[in-house]
Design a protein around this ligand. Structure first.
Ligand code: ATP
Length: 219
């Protein structure tokens, strides 16, 4: 499902090198590691948000470095569900419009009745069914987090990336968000990669990868 070989990417003052990293189809993997190590950067590479400078990165059959900007955007919209660390809900859109937003702005996606129905069903599943008309600032942190998960899962992606999706949540909400991600992954046979600092959640994953070992060639 994911195969990264000799992957390199950098920002000014930061260089990431991943000798080898593989994730199987349907595998549920947790990534742990120190702040600033490059965990979010790796998720951005895998989702096609940024492009590696060299090496190979094959995700779900697509060689991402060979794809242009438009093709990578299309790949991301259709095949990857990304729960961002900062959630990135748009404060001027209500919850429903936030959840379906990608379908309004991406020409390769179509907002039809089936998609709207799926958006409502996902919101119901996480207890947000009655709050779809609310603006993000009228929701609790846990509700915003669950909304961001609904938005990521809407395209029924084959790959789910979660960047600290359970951060800042009380224990009950952590379990709720994780349950939702796991259920969605299992329903679709999707792979799940979750960056987390919540060590008590780690036993639920198939595998735990220490990012510092990944960059040193031990992944
Ligand atoms: N858009 C950017 N432009 C320049 N530098 C960046 C950018 N995004 C991240 N960085 C830098 O890249 C490095 C890795 O950042 P990244 O967010 O991947 O770390 P992380 O392991 O996810 O950290 P955390 O656990 O704190 O979220 C950091 O030094 C960061 O300052």
């Amino acid at each position: 499902m994911i195969e990264a070989l000799d992957l390199r990417f950098g920002y000014p003052g930061f260089a990431l090198h991943i000798p080898e990293f593989r994730v199987g189809s349907g595998e549920k993997l947790a990534i742990i590691g120190p702040s600033g190590a490059g965990k979010t950067t790796l998720l951005k590479l895998i989702s096609g948000i940024v492009r590696a400078e060299s090496g190979q990165l094959r995700v779900d059959g697509a060689e991402l470095r060979a794809l242009g900007e438009g093709a990578r955007r299309d790949f991301r919209a259709r095949r990857v569900g990304f729960v961002f660390q900062e959630l990135e809900l748009l404060d001027y859109l209500d919850l429903f419009d936030n959840i379906v937003h990608a379908y309004r702005v991406n020409p390769s996606l179509r907002l039809d009745r089936a998609v709207c129905g799926r958006a409502r069903a996902l919101a119901e599943e996480v207890g947000l069914g009655a709050k779809l008309g609310r603006m993000p600032h009228q929701l609790s942190q846990g509700e915003r987090q669950r909304a961001a998960v609904c938005r990521a899962l809407l395209p029924e992606p084959g790959l789910i990336l979660a960047d600290e999706a359970t951060g800042n949540l009380d224990p009950a909400n952590k379990v709720r968000v994780l349950d939702l991600l796991f259920r969605a992954a299992e329903r679709r046979g999707a792979s799940l990669l979750a960056v987390t600092h919540d060590h008590e959640l780690l036993p639920r994953f198939d595998r735990v990868v220490d990012f510092t070992r990944l960059t040193a060639g031990g992944g």
